[in-house]
Ligand binder design. Structure first.
Ligand code: GLU
Length: 445
C-alpha cells in the first residue's frame, strides 16, 4: 500500500508552530516516498469547531506550501462512526455506562484516597438488564466505553523506537458521549482505517491514545498503521505551546513578515542534529528529510531564530522566487533592484522602503550644502554602471579633500535620507542622475 499520512487539526483555533511542525513533518514524510498527504479536519466537537478556523488552517497550509491530496471533515462522517460503534457493541467491546460525572468524580477521589490509581472500575459491566432499564427510566442516557483487553500494547515507533504500554494503567476510554456523539478516539481510528492511513505521525501527547487506539484497530479487524510520536515543541522559555497563544500562531508570523518557506526550513530540522539553514524550496528539504533524524529531546522554538532565518533566506533569494512575493505587496520591480537591496531586508515588505528611495521622491538630509552641491556638480553623465560610484567619489575626494566617513556619510544621507543601507555603488545607478543631482542640491526628488 502506498504511504498515506494525515494531518488532523481541530478547527477550534488557529494553528501554532507546534501544529505546523507536525504538518511539515507529515508532508515531508509522505512526499519523500511518493505518498499522499490527507488533511483531516477534526470537527466532531460542534460547539467549539468554527468554519473560519478551518478556512484559516487551509490558508496556513497553503502559506507553508503543504498542498493536501484530499481533505475530509469528520463532521461529514458521523454515520461511519455510528456503524463502527454498532460493530463494537455487537462484539461486546463497547458497553453502556450510566454514571454521572459527579459519581465518577466521587469514585476517583475514593480511589486516590486509598492510594489506588484512578482507573474506571468497570462497574457498568456488571449491571443487570433491569438496572440498566431503571437508569433509563430515570432519564439517564448511557455513555459508551471501549473494553480494553488487559495486555501490554506494543508498537515500533519511528521516533521513539520499540514502545509498550500496559493498558491496566488506563480507564476503558469513553468513545460515545451521553448525547450519543463520538469523542475523538473512535472517529480517528475509523478514519485512519477507511482513508488507508499507513503512518500516524503526531505529538507524544498521544502516546496513551495510541495504546487504546491500537486495540480499537484490532477490534475493528483492521491493520494497525505505523506510529511516530514527536516530542512537543516548547516556546523559548520551555513552556508548552497552546493553540490560543497569539504570537506563535501562523497567522501572526505571516503578518509579521515571515516567509512560509523560512518556517518550513526551521520546522523540518528543529529536533534533529541537522544544521538549520535557509532553504528556498520544499524540494531541498525533501532531499534532506529523514524521520529517524528526530530525537526525543524537547525542541525549543525561539521566534528570534525564525526572524534571523527569514532574513538569511531573503538575502539569498533568487529574483524568480522573490518576484511573486514582491508583486503580492504591490511592488513591480526588476532584478537589478532586488539584487541591490535583498541583503538589507529582514522581511519582504522592507523592499518597499528601498523602492521608494530608488524610484520615488525622497527628502534628502543635507549636512553641508556647499559640499553636497560641489558633489552634485561632479556627477558624471549617464549611462551609470556599478563603477560610477567609485569614479564619482574619487573625483569628489580630490576636489574636496574629504575622505572616509566624512566623504561618504553626507553623500549617503543626501542620496537616501538614511544613515545605513545597501551599498551605494549598486543604489546609485538605480536612483539615477536626475534624482541624485536634485537630492544633493537639497531638493525632494
Ligand atoms: N485532532 C487531534 C489533535 O489535534 C488529532 C490527533 C491525531 O493526530 O490523531 O490532537
Amino acid at each position: 500500500m502506498s504511504v498515506t499520512v494525515r494531518f488532523a487539526p481541530s478547527p477550534t483555533g488557529r494553528l501554532h508552530v507546534g501544529n505546523a511542525r507536525l504538518a511539515v513533518i507529515n508532508w515531508l514524510f509522505a512526499k519523500k516516498q511518493g505518498g499522499r498527504f490527507v488533511l483531516r479536519i477534526d470537527d466532531t466537537d460542534r460547539e467549539r469547531s468554527r468554519h473560519d478556523h478551518e478556512v484559516a488552517i487551509g490558508e496556513d497550509l497553503v502559506w507553508l506550501g503543504l498542498v493536501w491530496d484530499s481533505k475530509v471533515n469528520q463532521s461529514d462522517r458521523f454515520d461511519r462512526y455510528a456503524l463502527a460503534a454498532e460493530r463494537l457493541k455487537a462484539d461486546g467491546r463497547l458497553y453502556p455506562c450510566y454514571e454521572t460525572p459527579e459519581e465518577l468524580e466521587y469514585k476517583r477521589k475514593r480511589q486516590l484516597a486509598r492510594g489506588a490509581p484512578p482507573v474506571y472500575d468497570r462497574a457498568a459491566l456488571s449491571l443487570t438488564d433491569a438496572e440498566r432499564q431503571a437508569f433509563e427510566a430515570e432519564g439517564r442516557q448511557p455513555h459508551w466505553r471501549f473494553k480494553l483487553d488487559d495486555s501490554d500494547v506494543r508498537w515500533d515507533d519511528l521516533v521513539r523506537g520499540p514502545c509498550h504500554y500496559h493498558v491496566s494503567h488506563l480507564s476503558d476510554p469513553v468513545l460515545i458521549r451521553g448525547d450519543q456523539s463520538p469523542l475523538y478516539t473512535l472517529p480517528s481510528v475509523v478514519d485512519d482505517v477507511e482513508l488507508g492511513i499507513t503512518h500516524v505521525i503526531r505529538g507524544e501527547d498521544h502516546v496513551t491514545n495510541t495504546a487504546a487506539q491500537i486495540q480499537i484497530f484490532q477490534a475493528l479487524g483492521a491493520a494497525v498503521p505505523q506510529f511516530a510520536h514527536l516530542s512537543l515543541l516548547t516556546d523559548a522559555s520551555g513552556q508548552g505551546l497552546s493553540k490560543r497563544l497569539g504570537s506563535l500562531s501562523l497567522g501572526e508570523l505571516r503578518a509579521g513578515g515571515i516567509e512560509g518557506i523560512a518556517l518550513d526550513s526551521l520546522l523540518a530540522k528543529l529536533g534533529t542534529s541537522d544544521a538549520i539553514q535557509p532553504r528556498q524550496s520544499l524540494a531541498v528539504l525533501l532531499d534532506e528529510f529523514d524521520i529517524s533524524k528526530f530525537s526525543r529531546a524537547t525542541p525549543r522554538f525561539d521566534p528570534q531564530d525564525l526572524e534571523h532565518l527569514n532574513a538569511r533566506l531573503l538575502h539569498e533569494m533568487a529574483f524568480a522566487d522573490a518576484e511573486p512575493r514582491l508583486k503580492a505587496i504591490g511592488l513591480v520591480c526588476d532584478e537589478a533592484f532586488w539584487h541591490a537591496v535583498r541583503a538589507n531586508l529582514k522581511q519582504i515588505a522592507d523592499a518597499r522602503d528601498w523602492w521608494h528611495i530608488c524610484r520615488e521622491t525622497v527628502s534628502p538630509v543635507i549636512e553641508d550644502q556647499a559640499f553636497a552641491t560641489q558633489a552634485a556638480q561632479l556627477l558624471p553623465p549617464e549611462p551609470w554602471t556599478a563603477e560610477t560610484w567609485k569614479d564619482w567619489t574619487r573625483a569628489v575626494q580630490q576636489a574636496t579633500e574629504r575622505k572616509g566617513r566624512e566623504l561618504f556619510h553626507p553623500l549617503r544621507l543626501a542620496l537616501t535620507g538614511r544613515e545605513n543601507g545597501p551599498e551605494l555603488k549598486t543604489l546609485l545607478p538605480l536612483i539615477g542622475r536626475a534624482r541624485a543631482a536634485a537630492r544633493l542640491c537639497g531638493n525632494a526628488a
